[in-house]
Design a protein around this ligand. Structure first.
Ligand code: NAD
Length: 352
């Protein structure tokens, strides 16, 4: 299987190198038939090719069996007419990667508030309040006068239905509960449509409990009682914000794996950004991208009914957990003394 590797900006190249060190070891141990192909996107590509996302890369992503994508310094990109395309948004919409799956698990024993965390967020990925992905032409974040700006959110029954379906399917093999996050008290029509579709899907899964929580209360309840939540389904913006909160709550932003998955493509992508403050210092925690890559292997395993890939995915996650269990073997964001490279070597050797 061909895996396209796009290291991205900021700490992207460092955490990608660390991730590949772990994947190379897993490939050797399990005899996986994985081939890496690396290409350049982001600010490096902008300098050399005048665009943050060369057309060649989009074609390679479409042709690959899976993609490993590093974080991107999108805040530093110029406008689209100057070559500043957000590769995450382009890949998510063009490859129809409608489900952003983000687990939060207290891998250090307990989470930030001393309570365990074990939940899974299904965030809608292709519309919502994201101005760069919800219009057929033009952006949805614009100015009417120099003092009046408007952003438009798109919500469709199709996108709500499919993300809800994936969430209920996931809950069936977990603790059997889905929490739908909304703000239908204010957005009666658009979040009302989201809830209508979630409830419609829920009727097909009578064994799964459905709970509905307003997004602001959700931010508080996550802190108060994280184990109340099993699978959470949310529109794009709510899911993005809550997943950072859940990840930090579970022990740190550098710990949360994530995939962007559709019906025929999948991209492993860390939950966090490009951490400009850590670039070139060998201090970034690569756990998020390593765990994201394990999630990609698991997605490929299901798609191709490949039990060896499934075993390798579990093995990598267990090796990350075994490494993190020792406080001496953690990166500085978690109070440890290991560098990015040294942490990756520790995980690779924990694989056996
Ligand atoms: P960030 O996630 O990069 O950093 C937030 C904080 O978390 C910083 O203190 C950083 O040092 C820390 N952090 C993040 N990842 C870490 C890791 N792996 N190990 C240790 N510490 C880590 O968010 P930001 O500072 O708001 O954004 C920086 C850039 O990233 C911006 O250009 C933003 O647009 C972009 N961004 C990209 C993505 C993506 O590519 N998926 C997501 C979010 C932000």
């Amino acid at each position: 299987m061909k895996i396209l590797v796009l290291p991205g900006d900021g700490i992207g190249p460092e955490i990608t190198e660390a991730t590949l060190a772990v994947l190379d070891r897993a490939t050797a141990i399990h005899g996986l038939a994985l081939e890496w192909q690396t290409d350049v996107i982001g600010l490096h590509a902008l300098r050399k090719e005048g665009t943050t996302l060369p057309a060649r890369v989009m074609g390679a992503a479409r042709a690959a069996d899976g993609v490993i994508l590093g974080p991107l310094s999108t805040n530093e990109y110029p406008t689209r007419d100057q070559g500043g395309f957000n590769p995450s948004a382009e890949l998510r919409t063009k490859l129809d990667l409608y489900a952003n799956v983000r687990p939060a698990k207290s891998r250090l024993g307990v989470g930030l508030t001393g309570k365990p965390v074990d939940l899974l967020i299904y965030r809608e990925n292709t519309e919502g309040f994201y101005a760069d992905r919800n219009m057929h032409a033009g952006g949805a974040d614009f100015m009417v006068t120099e003092d009046t700006a408007i952003a438009i959110r798109r919500v469709t029954a199709k996108c709500c239905e499919r993300i809800a379906r994936r969430a209920f399917e996931a809950a069936a093999s977990r603790r059997g509960k889905v929490t739908a996050v909304h703000k239908a008290n204010v957005f009666r029509i658009s979040d009302g449509l989201f809830l209508r579709e979630v409830r419609r899907v829920a009727r097909e899964f009578p064994a799964i409990d459905l709970e509905e929580v307003i997004v602001d209360a959700m931010a508080a309840l996550l802190l108060r009682d994280p184990m109340r939540f099993d699978v959470i389904v949310a529109e794009n913006m709510y899911g993005d914000i809550l997943s950072d909160e859940a990840s930090e709550l579970s022990g740190g932003l550098g710990l949360g794996g994530s995939i962007n998955a559709g019906d025929s493509h999948c991209i492993a992508q860390a939950q966090h950004g490009s951490a400009p403050d850590l670039v070139g210092r060998n201090r970034a925690n690569p756990s998020s991208l390593i765990l994201s890559s394990a999630m990609l292997l698991e997605w490929l395993a299901r798609r191709h009914s490949d039990t060896v890939l499934a075993t390798a995915a579990k093995h990598i996650e267990a090796a990350v957990d075994r490494t993190l269990a020792d406080p001496q073997q953690r990166t500085p964001d978690l109070g440890g003394g290991l560098g990015t490279r040294e942490f990756a070597l520790a995980v690779a050797s924990a694989l056996g």
